[in-house]
Ligand binder design. Structure first.
Ligand SMILES: Nc1nc2c(c(=O)[nH]1)N=C([C@H](O)[C@H](O)COP(=O)(O)OP(=O)(O)OP(=O)(O)O)CN2
Ligand SMILES: [Zn+2]
Length: 136
């Protein structure tokens, strides 16, 4: 019997969507206003879900406090009030799209979640735009 436990979190961050190897014109064409050289910001909303069997002794799939602490330490502390392009090494050579941010978050958390449990990341960049990554 598999059960999913989810924890919500959020962080504010600035970013610019562009490729260093493209001209300004090409970046404008593809990324539009998101290519603003002065950056722009989002209030990101994150939902991290862990799916697995219920431990018969504790009744937990995963202790939500442990999940919350993992998100705080590895995601919020790294991303909150940061410029993703300039302050976060993961995006030095990776465009900080919602898709790429979700994959980076998943990879950061995966190593702390038991291998017999599944991990899913849902990242809202705006109230209407969100992406999902499950590791494949
Ligand atoms: N596939 C993706 N497309 C876009 C991404 C992305 O990460 N993945 N990101 C952006 C920009 O970051 C942009 O800032 C998104 O904002 P916006 O288009 O303004 O989104 P809203 O939901 O606020 O806008 P409405 O159209 O008013 O709903 C663009 N594309
Ligand atoms: Zn944006």
């Amino acid at each position: 019997m598999k059960v999913t436990v989810s924890r919500k979190a959020h962080f504010n961050a600035a970013h610019r969507l562009y490729r260093k190897d493209w001209s300004m014109e090409q970046n404008d064409l593809v990324f539009g206003k998101c290519n603003n050289p002065n950056f722009h910001g989002h209030n990101y909303e994150l939902i991290v879900s862990v799916t697995g069997d219920i431990d018969q002794e504790t009744g937990f799939v995963i202790d939500v406090k442990i999940l919350s602490d993992l998100i705080k330490e590895h995601i919020e502390n790294a991303f909150d009030h940061k410029n993703l392009n300039l302050d976060v090494p993961d995006f030095t050579d990776l465009n900080p799209t919602a898709e790429n941010i979700a994959v980076v978050i998943w990879n950061k958390l995966r190593k702390y979640i038991d291998t017999n449990k599944e991990l899913e990341v849902v990242l809202y960049e705006t109230p209407r735009n969100f992406v999902t990554y499950k590791g494949n």
